[in-house]
Design a protein around this ligand. Sequence first.
Ligand SMILES: NC(=O)c1ccc[n+]([C@@H]2O[C@H](COP(=O)([O-])OP(=O)(O)OC[C@H]3O[C@@H](n4cnc5c(N)ncnc54)[C@H](O)[C@@H]3O)[C@@H](O)[C@H]2O)c1
Length: 339
Amino acid sequence: MSDFRFGIWGCGLISAFHADAIQKIEGAVLVGAYDLNEEAQHKLCAAHQAKAFSSIEALVCSPDIDAVCICLPSGLHYEAAMRCIQAGKHVVIEKPLALTSTQAGDIVQAAKEHRVCVSVISQLRYSRAVQKVKRIVDSGKLGKITVGNAIMKYWRSPEYYAKSPWRGTWAMDGGGALMNQGIHGVDLLQYLMGRIVSVFAYAKTLVHEIETEDTLTAVLEYENGAIGTIQATTSVSPGYGRRIEICGSRGSVVLCEDTIEVCDVEGEMPTDSVGQKEHASASNPSGIDCTLHAEQLSEFVKAVRAERLPQIDAREGKKSVDIICAIYESARTGKKVFL
Ligand SMILES: NC(=O)c1ccc[n+]([C@@H]2O[C@H](COP(=O)([O-])OP(=O)(O)OC[C@H]3O[C@@H](n4cnc5c(N)ncnc54)[C@H](O)[C@@H]3O)[C@@H](O)[C@H]2O)c1
């Protein structure tokens, strides 16, 4: 079987994780990359023996590329994804899929029409600890599930925002602590708890000189009757690991980053589920490694080859965009918003 050939569009912080992840996948190869910033492009290409494409047209239209990883600022994901899809390329889009539900819906539709695979990065779903919690929740061992919380009290420095000025803007980041950093917890919460039907939120900019929120809390109601909260900040020093708490009438589980911290569930041992604390990105945006990206990209390659949808397709990616946009609408209007 011939190699599966990736291209990367955008050569900033996260692109190196994609490049490293592709190198870990047997039968996959990074052909080349493109960035407006030549220095960033050459750094990535030189480190991975990949071709520096002279234009995005050259990359997107290249017959040597099967799929494009979009690693651009979030506000460019929609246009970039549409361009790749219309060129008949399979696409992996860094989170978030897009900045609005309408854009996200357009990508879902375009992927279907052009018969290409689109996947949105949500690498944490591939962690062993998350998979174990998913199995416990789906087994019914927690009894009636009553509470589902995601707590992401992170810190980001002023330099983090200054270095990439698109961060913390509505046009290019689509939001602040929730859309950029908190989206992983939002995705895990809805993956584990099921559909969220209404939200009510407060959002404030308390510390950073950015347009969007650095401190947010939302109250949620789930389709299964449970209630819960999402808390997302980049304003809390020194920053703490992401906590996902799923509690029910017969048991509770708590994930802290990639470790099951509490496992009060009959017949389940917490000790066999210690994950990798080093994934923690509570205060350091580079504090992840590429293992889980590799798991997701590997599954994506298998899906394309089998001509089936990837596990985290565009419809899955749209779910967290819908929830986050509803939370922002509630914070803006002061009203409860139904999804
Ligand atoms: N999955 C994760 O855990 C994770 C972590 C960090 C970032 N991300 C996501 O990855 C995306 C990129 O974030 P980042 O931190 O790498 O950003 P970054 O600012 O470090 O890199 C973005 C790159 O895009 C380039 N670029 C901007 N406009 C361009 C254009 N029109 N054409 C070509 N190149 C262009 C910039 O020159 C820069 O090199 C964001 O959507 C972010 O949400 C995901």
